[in-house]
Design a protein around this ligand. Structure first.
Ligand SMILES: NC(=O)c1ccc[n+]([C@@H]2O[C@H](COP(=O)([O-])OP(=O)(O)OC[C@H]3O[C@@H](n4cnc5c(N)ncnc54)[C@H](OP(=O)(O)O)[C@@H]3O)[C@@H](O)[C@H]2O)c1
Length: 314
């Protein structure tokens, strides 16, 4: 079986996460790792017995690399995605797809034109829960309100990255993985309104505490609302999610999904069917791309999510 040669860009948490999944696959081989961080980059390359390349531009140009896995910070995703596609590589990029809408649009156009697979690392593509929610939403009529709230106490393991506007964008952009699933359910937004408050905001774009809200009107009707608050006085992160539809509601209470209709409250039934990993899915898509044009449905949703997250501004 011919292996797909992949190059990893970045040598932090997500690079390690993806490497751990690609390394045991018989259909993929890690051909090089690039990072601006020579220390963690060389360590990771040594651990995977693969060459370290300091400059990601050189990795992207390597002729024997078929696909590029982008695990850098948000501010460089778009540039690296475009360079990789221009070099005719397949792309797997950590979310967000880009931090500039036109970069994201160009990426989709390039991928389509060149027949390259463009997958953004949104896990819903392989999630039974997401599929069950999508089906149930389809059974409960029209959307009235989709509401998502996340409260987070600390500033994470690397606060200089998360609470940092130039590197990660506004919280809505950093937390785009809360926007993607709702856009996958309800489609594009016709309008977006935002509010953002940053406490302790410094000249370099770092801050201590935030509240960021987004309200959209979906083109198909219904309202979507997201609230993120961070650096606040709670012990552990909390999330609340609710879909209010004309025939009933679906809500996430303490990690369990329930549907409420005039007939009563029932737990959402989630099938236990085996799913590939995202990494396996991407490699399978690359192999399929030899015979048929790739599908860009997920990448289009990722781009629609970027349009909303960037409308949150900084
Ligand atoms: N899918 C998920 O579940 C998930 C979870 C968390 C994060 N993410 C996303 O994954 C991405 C990476 O997050 P992480 O937690 O892995 O961050 P991280 O641990 O800080 O690692 C980022 C790595 O990329 C390197 N890097 C950053 N910008 C670069 C550039 N322009 N050129 C070359 N190398 C660069 C960093 O070098 P330095 O060491 O020099 O900074 C570091 O090695 C972020 O976009 C984040 O939003 C996804």
């Amino acid at each position: 079986m011919t292996q797909i040669n992949i190059g990893i860009i970045g040598s932090g948490g997500m690079a390690r996460h993806h490497l751990a999944r690609f390394a045991p696959m018989e259909t993929a081989a890690v051909a090089a790792i690039a990072s601006r961080n020579a220390q963690t980059g060389t360590q990771l390359a040594k651990a995977h017995e693969t060459p370290f390349i300091a400059d990601w531009h050189r990795l992207v140009e390597c002729e024997d690399i078929d696909g590029v896995v982008i695990c850098t910070h948000n501010d460089s995703h778009g540039e690296i995605v475009l360079a990789a596609l221009q070099a005719d590589k397949h792309v797997f990029v950590e979310y967000p797809l880009a931090s500039d809408v036109s970069e994201g649009e160009t990426a989709l156009e390039l991928a389509e034109k060149r027949g390259r697979v463009l997958r953004v690392s949104h896990p819903e593509a392989v999630s039974n829960t997401h599929k069950a929610l999508k089906q149930k939403i389809g059974e409960l009529g029209d959307l009235l309100l989709a509401s998502f709230v996340r409260l987070t106490p600390g500033r994470g393991a690397r606060p200089e990255i998360l609470f940092n506007l130039p590197v990660s964008g506004a919280p809505a952009h950093f937390f785009i993985y809360h926007i993607y699933p709702i856009v996958d359910f309800f489609g594009d937004a016709a309008s977006v309104k935002k509010n953002a408050v940053y406490e302790g905001l410094r000249e370099n774009g770092q801050y201590d505490r935030f509240v960021n809200t987004l309200t959209v009107e979906f083109e198909r009707g219904g309202i979507g609302q997201w609230t993120w608050a961070g650096g606040i006085a709670i012990n552990a992160a909390e999330e609340h999610e609710r879909y209010v539809l004309t025939e009933g509601t679906i809500s996430d209470a303490g990690g369990e999904w329930h549907c409420t209709t005039p007939a009563g409250v029932t737990p959402l039934s989630i099938p236990d069917s085996p799913q590939p990993t995202l990494q396996e899915l991407w490699i399978a898509e690359i192999r399929d791309a030899i015979h048929q044009p790739p599908c860009f449905a997920d990448a289009s949703v990722a781009l629609a999510a970027v349009r909303i997250s960037l409308a949150s501004g900084a």
